[in-house]
Design a protein around this ligand. Structure first.
Ligand code: ZN
Ligand code: ZN
Length: 234
């Protein structure tokens, strides 16, 4: 994957992903960056899950229906330019786009990131690691942790390989992810009573985050969880 990124850099050195003008090292020029910023969620949002609402509510219908017992915030909907950035990010132009995404995230959610004890992430499936060569969620979490000067802790692993979620309906997704995560033995004692930030790249139905939180709370005795994803499917 690093080879691919180097090759792309060689072919398109510092060219904006969208307008192809020459730019600084982040692959998105300042005027396209402003357009991306226009996609970012703005209040009123649900105070619990961060979903856009008609007015600020403590918990929205999604929270009640999905029984969301932790906070969620996402930068933007999974559409438009943000979707394109994430697709390129996962395809291998990872370092520069991760830096761009985290710069934007920190600008908007610094307070949210800081009120925790450490940062963790949704692990990658074996299939994902084979395809991409890296865990997109882990790289984002690592950069957030660095920005807010908090420890990054690798907490979860897949007990079994789930079926690819894309092909499944809501109920099947839930079934597919049931008891799929377990806590790494080495972090068992470390998590009790802590507050943590759980990072993933995209929130689709929320099933993955929910299952991860359940395990972190039940097995790890984590006190409070804040989730953060770059994009969110609405
Ligand atoms: Zn541009
Ligand atoms: Zn909500």
């Amino acid at each position: 994957m690093f080879v691919l990124e180097s090759l792309l850099d060689l072919l398109f050195p510092n060219q904006c992903l969208f307008c192809h003008s020459f730019t600084d090292s982040l692959l998105i020029c300042s005027s396209c960056s402003k357009r991306v910023e226009q996609e970012i969620f703005v209040p009123p949002l649900c105070q619990n899950c961060g979903k856009p609402a008609y007015y600020e509510v403590k918990k929205c219908i999604f929270c009640f229906q999905q029984k969301i017992t932790f906070e969620i915030r996402s930068l933007a909907p999974y559409t438009g330019m943000m979707k394109e950035i994430l697709v390129h990010y996962k395809l291998g132009r990872k370092k520069k786009l991760a830096d761009f995404l985290i710069r934007l995230s920190v600008k908007n959610y610094l307070g949210y990131f800081r009120e925790v004890d450490f940062v963790t992430f949704i692990p990658a499936t074996r299939r994902c690691l084979k395809e991409r060569g890296f865990n997109p969620a882990e790289m984002l979490a690592k950069l957030i942790a660095k920005e807010v000067e908090l420890p990054l802790v690798d907490t979860l692993f897949y007990r079994r390989e789930p079926v690819e979620q894309k092909s499944l309906g809501f109920k099947e997704r839930k079934e597919n992810l049931r008891d799929v995560f377990s806590l790494k033995p080495e972090v068992h004692n470390r998590l009790s009573g802590s507050k943590l930030l759980l990072v993933d790249d995209v929130l689709t139905t929320g099933t993955t985050l929910k299952e991860a939180c359940r395990v972190l709370k039940k097995e790890g005795k984590v006190k409070r969880i804040r989730a953060f994803t770059i994009a969110r499917q609405l």
